[in-house]
Design a protein around this ligand. Structure first.
Ligand code: THU
Length: 138
């Protein structure tokens, strides 16, 4: 599956909209994510949600993925655009990659390069050796 350049840019724009809702008073590092579930479903947006107990912080990517799962869309995650307002590109943390691996091993990740243009990487490039339910005893 591939994502057209027009859709890549639309997803990055939606991720910027998502970042506007960021609750990040401790890091001052807003992040937004836009999860694409196919043309027949609305985009799912997520932002980072911090907490005074810092380790409770939820990243933008996990916010979007958990929203989608909770809405019954766990089978259709095709692409996720990720942006930060203060740096480009903004790559996901390992925890978010692992959560993507659970629901969408084929997902494409869309980032902004230093010029703001889209760049796409498959999850398998970002997390080439991964642990999954296949590794658990049957
Ligand atoms: N953050 C994300 O939401 N996603 C990323 O890909 C990187 C980091 C958030 C977590 C925290 O709220 C802030 O950025 C600084 O680490």
């Amino acid at each position: 599956m591939s994502i057209s350049p027009e859709l890549q840019r639309a997803l990055l724009a939606a991720a910027h909209e998502a970042a506007a809702a960021s609750y990040s008073p401790y890091s001052n590092f807003p992040v937004g994510a836009a999860l694409y579930l196919g043309d027949d479903a609305p985009l799912v947006l997520g932002c980072n949600v911090e907490n005074a107990s810092f380790s409770m912080t939820l990243c933008a990517e996990r916010t979007a993925i958990v929203k989608a799962v909770s809405d019954g869309h766990r089978a259709n995650m095709r692409a996720i655009a990720i942006v930060a307002t203060k740096t480009r590109p903004c790559f996901p943390c390992g925890a978010c990659l692992q959560v993507m691996r659970e629901f969408a091993p084929e997902i494409l990740l869309i980032f902004e390069d230093a010029q703001g243009d889209p760049v796409v990487h498959a999850l398998s490039e970002m997390l080439p050796f991964s642990f999954s339910n296949q590794d658990l005893p049957q």
